[in-house]
Every structure is written in C-alpha cells, then in structure tokens.
Design a protein around this ligand. Structure first.
Ligand SMILES: NC(=O)c1ccc[n+]([C@@H]2O[C@H](COP(=O)([O-])OP(=O)(O)OC[C@H]3O[C@@H](n4cnc5c(N)ncnc54)[C@H](OP(=O)(O)O)[C@@H]3O)[C@@H](O)[C@H]2O)c1
Length: 237
C-alpha cells in the first residue's frame, strides 16, 4: 500500500530533493532542510516543510514536536568530506562528518521514532562506501559503516516499524560533483530515487544500487582483505 505521509531529511538537494518530487506525486510530504530559500520553492507546489539543522539536538526535537505521526520517515541528509593526508590526520574534519552523519542520526532517531505510525517505516540512507575501506574515506566511510550497523540493529530491535537500509553507489548530486576521481556506474538522482521508492514500497530490508557496482563491492568485502588492498591503493585520487 502506498504511503499517505512521508518526511524526508536532506530534501533541499540531490537524492532527497528527487525523493520529495517522487513521493509528492501520491503522498503528503514534509521536506526537511536548512536552506529556507530552497524549502520555500517546495511550499509553492503544496509540499510542507520543516527547517532544522540535524546536528543541533534542540532544533531536531523542536521540529519533531511540530509534526503529526508519519507513515514513512526517511533520514537521508548527510555530508561527505575527505581526509587528504592520512599522515596529518584532520580530527576536526573527522568529528564534523561523524557528528553530521552518525550522531545527528541519533538525535533524529530519538526525536522522530515516536512520530512514526504503528506499522510505519523508517528508512536510513547510508552508502556503499561502508562495504570496503576506500581512499580518503576515513571519516565518511567510518560514519556510514557505523550508520549501517546502527540501522541493522534497529532492524533487529524496533517493534512495529519496518526499517529499510539504503546503500547507494555513486549518484550524480552536488555531493559527488566535488569528486575529482572517476565514479564508476554513476546514476542520476531520478534513477536513485525510483530505486529507493520501489524498495521502500516493498518494505525491503536493504536497497542497494546500481547492482553491478554494489555487488562488486559486496563480493570483495567477502574476500580476504589482502585481495582488496592493492586495488584500493591503485584507485586514483
Ligand atoms: N551522491 C552519492 O553518490 C551518494 C552515494 C552514497 C550515499 N549517499 C548519501 O545520500 C545522502 C544524500 O546525499 P546527496 O548526494 O543527495 O547529497 P547532497 O546533494 O549534498 O544533499 C545533502 C542534503 O543533506 C542536507 N544536510 C547536510 N547537512 C545537514 C545538516 N546539518 N542539517 C540538515 N540537513 C543537512 C543538505 O542540506 P543543505 O542544503 O542545507 O546543506 C542537503 O539537503 C547522504 O546521506 C549521502 O551520504 C550519496
């Protein structure tokens, strides 16, 4: 059955924006983000909005207190920054990324789980970067690996709510536009949002795409680490 109400974080850009457009065809959507100008554009097309910085616990709880219970909550917002020199480890960058992608998800879980209807769904957007150690991804990869683990435990523990874990490969968004290396099997935000939409509709435990890319990573993650190491070292920056 199609959802009647959906809240989506990270809605002002990329995958989140495409998800808002997809769900808005058939459901009441609350688009969440920080950028008021971008949020206002949704309002003119009948989409409700909620403005908060997910790294600010007070703002997250205030936003949650103002909404009705939803059929689906999609925690999609995230950031990516790379550590360029492992010998000069940037702990400020590390903290920023872990805070935004992991700790802030903790705030959202505490605030928004009570806002999911019984029999409703929680969707968490992690990354296929969590499957294997990738160059410069000490912060991003670690945050997403922890996020995937957290989501798996929620799948074990949560009562009365189905949880879907999303592992995208490379998707063409402002987040990846900054990448200065080849991105194999890059997909569009429309393709990504459709895959997520269909997987959530089927209440899948995991949605990963494009499969030719994610299955390759999954296969290598099962093999001895020594098989992956030289390949990872050869991946160009
Ligand atoms: N693109 C890919 O190839 C790819 C692959 C795997 C996983 N993912 C994951 O997919 C999700 C969406 O990524 P994307 O590529 O669509 O990135 P994006 O275009 O950069 O969008 C990220 C969204 O998150 C929001 N956000 C960031 N920090 C926030 C904060 N502190 N509080 C509230 N909102 C915040 C941004 O809002 P502002 O506009 O206010 O910054 C923006 O709406 C992320 O979790 C990302 O890790 C992406």
């Amino acid at each position: 059955m199609e959802a009647k109400s959906v809240l989506i974080t990270g809605a002002t850009s990329g995958i989140g924006e495409a998800l808002v457009n997809r769900y808005a065809k058939s459901a009441m959507v609350i688009a969440c983000g920080r950028n008021q100008e971008k949020l206002s554009k949704f309002e003119s097309s009948g989409v409700s909005t909620s403005r908060f910085d997910m790294t600010d616990k007070e703002q997250v709880f205030d936003a949650a207190s103002k909404i009705e219970a939803q059929d689906i909550i999609i925690l999609n917002a995230g950031v990516c920054e790379y550590i360029d020199d492992a010998n000069n480890f940037n702990s400020a960058l590390f903290e920023r990324v872990i805070h935004a992608n992991l700790i802030a998800t903790g705030y959202c879980l505490e605030a928004f789980i009570p806002k999911i209807k019984s029999g409703g769904q929680l969707v968490i957007v992690s990354s296929s970067a969590s499957f294997l150690p990738l160059p410069r991804a000490q912060a991003y990869g670690a945050s997403k690996a922890a996020l995937s683990y957290l989501t798996r435990v929620m799948q074990v523990e949560l009562q009365g709510i189905d949880v879907t874990l999303v592992h995208p490969g490379f998707v063409e968004t402002p987040l990846t536009n900054k990448n200065d290396f080849p991105m194999p099997c890059l997909v569009t935000v429309e393709q990504a949002s459709e895959r997520i939409y269909q997987g959530v509709l089927k209440r899948k435990k995991e949605v990963h795409f494009p499969r030719r890319f994610t299955l390759f990573l999954k296969l290598f993650s099962l093999l001895p680490f020594n098989w992956w190491l030289p390949l990872a070292k050869r991946i160009k920056r």
